[in-house]
Design a protein around this ligand. Sequence first.
Ligand SMILES: O=C(O)CCC(=O)C(=O)O
Ligand SMILES: [Mn+2]
Length: 196
Amino acid sequence: MTLFDADPLDLLRHLPGWVDGATADRWLAALLAETPWEQPQVRLYGRLYPVPRQVAWYGDAGARYRYSGLSHRPLPWTPLLAEIRAAVEAFVGQPLNGVLLNHYRDGRDSMGWHSDDEAELGRNPLIASLSLGGTRRFDLRRVGQSRIAHSLFLEHGSLLVMAGATQHDWQHQVAKTRRPCAPRLNLTFRQVHPQP
Ligand SMILES: O=C(O)CCC(=O)C(=O)O
Ligand SMILES: [Mn+2]
């Protein structure tokens, strides 16, 4: 069986409990403590706003990545992130040369509708997204439509793998919520092809 077969979510695999609870707890505590978080500013209608979450970009030397309107030089892999990358690469069977860490401190932190369609990800990128900490809802809608077509609850230790044309046909978001929720980390592993 291949990792991906037919269904609207055919290009998406959600694997709750991909990593055991004790390991997920260890990864969460260490990453919360050791990551040099940043909160980049984005320009919206001529004004600068901090993005509503904290981020960090790690990767192989040269794996520059553009997000929030700026090109980011990667931080070098830590032993822990190298360990997690090796486990994810072994699972998906593809190299992944960078990881974007997102820290959602509480329900006010969020990520708006977008596709991961930056040029440096190539045409049909495989993106492997590990969730640690509080559960948050991950919504999907078709490009050009406002209706949410699918929602997934991304739990502690789950892996979501997006592949193929997901990023052409679909957008995703992690919406703000008024429900109390524990801090959440999301690690999206990507293969970046630096642009000239
Ligand atoms: O936090 C998530 O689950 C989604 C993160 C995401 O979409 C991204 O980093 O591009
Ligand atoms: Mn995304």
